[in-house]
Design a protein around this ligand. Structure first.
Ligand code: SF4
Ligand code: SF4
Length: 207
């Protein structure tokens, strides 16, 4: 049993790049989140740009399937929606990754993810010993608001995974399982893009 309950220290660290790793902070966005943030950025006159993040080469159609993008950080190393002294300026429209933070999804292989804790959060650093021994069930009681959001984040990835496998089973796409770096880079240069989108309702896994 633990009395530990997550409380954000509002230090803003999670909106900045990782120290000594310029540009390394990864804020993944699904394509529909990019659409939403483009219009918010326009409204608030914020410079917002993304680059591709999780992609799969589809050998059958010679296309790059885009699952997620990532936010390009400001030259000073923070998310463009971060405002000094105020923190996040899009609190009600934060991407999944930020809503769930400091819980995040750890990629196990091309298709498998698991819910984990980001060791770079200052709350996590300050309580690391205690948190390191906790089960997923116990984390649910510590990260009361964030855990359901991390679960939705996980469900969304799971649903994308199902969609890819279904499209493969129907012979509509063929994801390269083994590809050299050279071939992958060539495909990135030459092939057109196709975004994969799914909707997830609370507690729902199937389409
Ligand atoms: S969207 Fe908000 S919470 Fe997420 S990294 Fe940017 S400023 Fe921080
Ligand atoms: S690093 Fe952790 S404690 Fe600091 S603002 Fe981000 S979530 Fe809150």
């Amino acid at each position: 049993m633990t009395n530990l309950v997550y409380s954000c220290q509002k230090c803003g660290t999670c909106c900045f790049e990782i120290p000594n790793q310029p540009g390394a902070k990864r804020i993944p966005l699904y394509p529909e989140e990019v659409d939403k943030l483009i219009s918010i950025a326009k409204e608030y006159n914020i410079r917002f740009a993304v680059k591709e993040d999780l992609v799969f080469p589809d050998e059958l159609n010679s296309k790059i399937i885009v699952i997620t993008y990532r936010i390009i950080l400001e030259p000073s190393g923070h998310c463009p929606f971060f405002i000094t002294d105020r923190g996040c300026s899009i609190h009600d429209h934060k991407p999944y990754a930020c809503q769930a933070y400091p819980l995040s999804l750890k990629r196990l292989d091309a298709f498998q993810f698991e819910i984990t804790i980001d060791p770079l959060c200052n709350f996590v650093i300050n309580n690391y010993e205690e948190l390191a021994s906790k089960s997923l069930k116990e984390l649910e009681g510590i990260f009361i608001e964030e855990f359901p959001k991390a679960k939705r984040f996980y469900e969304k990835n799971k649903k994308l995974q199902y969609k890819i496998l279904k499209l493969e089973a129907e012979n509509k796409i063929k994801i390269a399982r083994e590809v050299t770096l050279e071939d992958f880079n060539n495909a990135l240069k030459k092939w057109k893009r196709m975004e994969l989108r799914v909707k997830v309702k609370k507690g729902e896994l199937e389409e």
